[in-house]
Design a protein around this ligand. Structure first.
Ligand SMILES: [Mg+2]
Length: 240
């Protein structure tokens, strides 16, 4: 039974910058206006990690930054809902609704997210993109964790609690960023790179993705690739 875990931002959907605005507004509310350093990228990072890095870069000491991040994340879900509603720019990435529909109807697949978003923010974004109605079963979200690798570790632990014997190789991570690929490789999952963020398919493959596509619009081809993976419970649990 493959478990397919999708990254959210720039893999399932884009918010047109509203997600980033909401994070910065949350910081502004508890600390004051602050801008990320020039060229700073949120891709493949967690909300707690991003807020901490932005504050530390602005000269805030670690312990104080930790307190401020806790407070910012407390107000963030409400601000995110406002920002997404105001901007009206959230939309699914190409092919995503059709692929999710096909996977939801495939009995041997379980769907989940693996994201740097908080769980509340994940649900808000999925709703705003019209993607909340699919058969979501697993939520590996970043509540309380600064690093995406830790998010996947906790998610796998939760999955194994309910699916004893689950091998990491039976889990597929779909993502657009270096942090997604690295987390998957670190924990032994398969990785599908979607070049709907900043990286090209070649760059995603060079980072270690098992397969990479321009976007997720080839529903039939992707389904075939996902399901033709090494046989669950047999080859997936063997050393490569
Ligand atoms: Mg992403």
């Amino acid at each position: 039974m493959p478990i397919v875990l999708f990254d959210v931002d720039s893999t399932l959907l884009t918010t047109g910058g509203a997600g980033k605005s909401a994070l910065l507004r949350s910081l502004a509310q508890v600390y004051g206006p602050v801008e990320p350093p020039p060229g700073y990228s949120l891709a493949g990072k967690t909300d707690p990690g991003v807020l901490t890095e932005v504050l530390v870069a602005a000269g805030v000491k670690d312990r104080r930054a930790h307190e401020l991040v806790e407070r910012a994340l407390w107000v963030y879900p409400t601000i995110l809902e406002e920002e997404l509603a105001q901007a009206g720019t959230t939309q699914p990435c190409p092919g995503v609704p059709a692929l999710l529909a096909a996977l939801s109807e495939t009995p041997e697949v379980e769907l989940g997210v693996f994201t740097g978003n908080l769980r509340a923010g994940t649900l808000t974004k999925l709703r705003a993109a019209g993607l909340d109605g699919f058969a979501w079963r697993w939520f590996a979200c970043a509540d309380g964790l600064p690093d995406k690798t830790q998010v996947l570790a906790r998610g796998l632990t939760e999955m194994r609690a309910e699916r004893p014997g689950l091998q990491a190789g039976q889990v597929l991570v779909v993502g657009d960023a270096e942090g997604d690929v690295q987390s998957g490789k670190r924990h032994g999952t398969r990785v599908l790179g979607a070049a709907t963020g900043a990286l090209s398919p070649a760059e995603l493959l060079a980072l270690g993705a098992d397969h990479a596509v321009n976007d997720l619009s080839d529903t039939a081809g992707l389904l075939r690739w996902i399901l033709s993976a090494p046989t669950p419970y047999v080859r997936w649990s063997s050393p490569a």
